[in-house]
Write a protein that binds this ligand. Structure first.
Ligand code: PLP
Length: 438
């Protein structure tokens, strides 16, 4: 190993009680042999800023895992949770039970939907929403007497969470590997090819239940679709009678400027999955929005009981936080502010685009993927981590996407000054790594 591949130590690693602290915590999406070397323990947040237990400050350029739309430290959300907990923390929504808070959240979410008369199924997060959507589409065709329509089609390098169906339809092959046989009757197509999709639909449309896609592929590296992609997918789905499911776990609730990415691209899917920004991540909550067509067999009595649901489906405290979050988003024009920040971002990111270490900066709404150039990645396999570690030293928290790009998905309330801070500190970090590996 050349010295260039060694991690740049964080200042906090000088404190052995911090870095080498043994912990039984098994981190998500992590190589546990490496985590103790670089672990960061975070403690508090305010706006787009977070602080670790050493008192070190970072600009949170990812809003946690794409979710903290409002920014950190909103007392109102804590109060909404506490008020609900004092009344009734939650109650099961199985069968005919629910709470008023849960009913209100469903109504609020339905009112934002691009589909008329939306029904809202509630879950605890994105992966559960995807599994719910997948089971609903299969059950839908089954009830309609077409059980052969089972195949779920997804896009290359798509991410749909890590539960059973989401793992099975993942377009990121590494996320499927090593688990043995998963769910059958799934098919991945090239991400932007409507030609391939049309060929597949023409040949196998009679057995295809649904097409699942993220409006902008997120965890795969932030890839906006090619021009005209979504309207053409919508047209093909209608022509071949395939249900269209938009996975809006990242794009839902305002990240592209509209409440949903589907509306941003001018399409009306049959189902929309969402999570994350619905509560700004202050509580775990997922949503599955279904149009009238999808609801019909389940609401008319044809399907009987839909034997599906989670202990925390419609969790009242999560719904209370969601309601307050959505209310603040409206009263404080948070979507508009996000859209303004997105516009400023495109211009302010020019110097990043031109940096010798950067291959490409892909943007859409308040999302960006900053791809590190191939030459550096070939020479130094962990170069993206090196930039990330350097960025931490320079007070920016970012995230490595698949070893090629860095994620930018800040809170919608990020200011131009904070955007400038991010760009400056990222340039300094890129310069430092470029000099080290030269
Ligand atoms: C598009 C998409 N779908 C599904 C998921 C899974 O959501 P969760 O991690 O809440 O289960 C994610 C998570 O990032 C996502 O980006």
């Amino acid at each position: 190993m050349s010295t260039a591949t060694l991690p740049e130590p964080l200042a906090s690693q000088n404190d052995p009680s911090h870095a080498a602290h043994p912990s039984p915590l098994w981190h998500a999406f992590a190589d546990m042999s490496k985590v103790p070397e670089t672990r960061v323990v975070l403690e508090r947040g305010q706006g787009v800023w977070i602080w670790d237990t050493e008192g070190r400050r970072y600009l949170d350029s990812t809003a946690g895992l794409w979710y903290c739309a409002l920014g950190w430290g909103r007392e109102e959300l804590a109060e909404a949770a506490a008020a609900q907990m004092r009344k009734l923390a939650t109650y099961s929504t199985f069968g005919d039970m629910t709470t008023n808070t849960t009913l209100e959240l469903a109504e609020r979410v339905a009112s934002l939907s691009p589909m008329p008369n939306t029904a809202v199924f509630l879950t605890s997060g994105g992966s559960e929403s995807i599994d719910t959507a997948a089971k609903i589409v299969r059950r839908y065709w089954n009830v309609l007497g077409r059980p052969e329509k089972r195949v779920i089609v997804s896009r290359g390098m798509a991410y749909h969470g890590i539960a059973g169906f989401g793992t099975s339809i993942a377009g990121i092959p590494a996320n499927r590997e090593g688990y043995g046989p998963l769910i059958e009757d799934v098919h991945v197509v090239a991400a932007d090819s409507t030609q391939e999709l049309e060929k597949l639909f023409a040949e196998r449309g009679h057995e295809i239940a649904a097409f699942f896609g993220e409006p902008v592929r997120g965890a795969g590296g932030v890839y906006p679709p090619v021009a005209g992609y979504w309207p053409e997918v919508e047209r093909l789905c209608r022509q071949y009678d395939v249900l269209l499911v938009c996975d809006e776990v990242i794009t839902g609730f305002g990240r592209l400027g509209a409440w949903f990415g589907s509306a941003h691209y001018g399409i009306q899917p049959d189902i929309i999955t969402g999570a994350k920004a619905v509560t700004s991540g202050y509580q775990p909550l997922g949503v599955v929005l279904c149009n009238e067509r999808v609801q019909e067999p389940f609401y008319s009595g044809k399907a009987g009981v839909l034997r599906h649901g989670y202990t925390y489906s419609g969790h009242a405290t999560a719904c209370a936080v969601g309601l307050r979050n959505l209310e603040i988003m409206e009263t404080e024009r948070v979507l508009e502010r996000g859209a303004e920040a997105a516009k400023a971002m495109v211009e302010l990111f020019e110097p990043l685009r031109r940096h010798s270490m950067v291959k490409q900066v892909r943007t859409e709404g308040l999302l960006a993927g900053i791809e590190i150039c191939e030459d550096a990645r070939k020479r130094v396999p962990n170069v993206v981590d090196q930039v990330l570690w350097q960025a931490r030293k320079n007070e920016v928290m970012t995230r490595n996407m698949l070893g090629h790009s860095l994620q930018f998905s800040p809170a919608f309330i990020i200011t131009q000054e904070e955007l400038r801070f991010y760009v400056e500190r990222m340039l300094t970090s890129l310069d430092a790594v470029a000099a080290r590996i030269a």
